[in-house]
Design a protein around this ligand. Sequence first.
Ligand code: ADP
Length: 483
Amino acid sequence: MKQNNPRKPSKRLRHKLLAYFLGFSGIVLALLWFMQTVFLDDMYRIIKTVGIERSADFISEHIEDENIVKVLDEMHLQNDMRIEVYDTTSGKTFYLLYSSREQGDLGLNYYPHQLYSYYSQAKKAGGEGLFSEQWDKENIPQLPKTEHENAINLTCVRVFESSGRELMLMLRSAITPIESTVTTLRFILIFISGILLLLSVTMSLVLSWKFSKPLNDTNEKAKRLAKEDYSPSFDSFGYREIEELNSTLNFAAEELGLASNLRKELIANVSHDLRTPLTMIKGYAEVMRDIPGEMNEENLQAIVDESTRLSNLVSDLLDISKLQSGAVPIEKKVFSLTDCTSEILSRFENLSQQQYSLSFESQRDALVFADRARIEQVLYNLISNAVNYSGDKKEVKVRQVVLSDTVRIEVSDSGKGIEPEKLKNIWDRYYRADKNHRRAVVGTGLGLSIVKEILDLHGAHFGVHSKVGEGSTFWFELSLAEN
Ligand code: ADP
């Protein structure tokens, strides 16, 4: 079948996944490159600065420790940091107490005026100072040029009292990443970019295969449903959503199969039920036409009866389709359910003469608020079923029980009952438990589904108790309107 869909056909899952993965990798890579080119210097500087300041705090707290020289040596080697401690008690002459120079530090010596300037600035600022300056390339020939070109140097100064002396601690380190680090990072980034691209393509291929294979399987089988082949079992698996979809489709296939069988049965039933009265009408009419003496009231009545059956059948069919499409509004008013029930029962009196025993038991008159015509239909259908299935005993009992705020109608018959496994199906359209049953009143397999629709529309409770060999009791409850 050709579909008129103005929408552009969507992309295949594989292409979509590939696009998403590539997009994701692109964003990650762009972020990495951006961080590397824009923020690397800043981040490096911040991390380094915080590190130097922490070291300065640590050293000033532990300066009197016995093994401080060892600690300082290690700190210098590990952090690539120049460390110097001066005794500045005199305020003029600074005595060098410790210098990492002894550890082979090739860093630049401070000029005395530089030392003094750091000292006085730190003192002014409460004993702490942070000074950064660019390496002076001309003056530091001893440093490998490539490593420290454009390097910014940070000097952290602490002036503090310790055991009656005034000490000045100076820590110095480059806070710009050296070129070799930057090159290494760049190389790693290129490597990661390549791997990420490769992974994106592989992952999208693998995932699309994993996702689309069960979907394609299900799709192929679903196409068969459209061709009225309800046999396929949807069993592809892989992830929960597809398994749920499959179980829904299995359920749908089962229901569609059932509905299709029921439809076929309905056609068979309805055509059978239509043909019987039609044949009778035709028969009577022909007899009356051909045999002069047969033109009598009895035969005419038979034709009228059969026509009534026919019209009942047709109106049943119309009713169910109207009820199910919601085309019938429920028109509620207050009426006596007791009167209504006895009135419907009286319609079956003709049958009673054929040895059917019909009885009605009620304690009092019960008023309900409901759609009278529809409730009459419910009663009619339940009683006619009871008559049809009353078996050899031909006994039908209708009982009205008034409960606290509802009234309950029970229609019991003396028939052979319904097997438990068939009970749940009897409310379905066109369902007939016993396909070969011969009935006193014509039926379509629609009676109980009409009852169900009407009672559902009234929000009423209803049900059936049945015991094989003993008979069935169909019941429903409506709210009392007396309050
Ligand atoms: P039908 O026109 O076939 O009676 P219904 O919808 O009224 O259609 O009933 C559906 C089926 O339920 C019937 O075919 C019958 O098998 C079962 N059924 C209904 N009422 C009774 C009953 N009182 N006793 C036994 N079986 C019943």
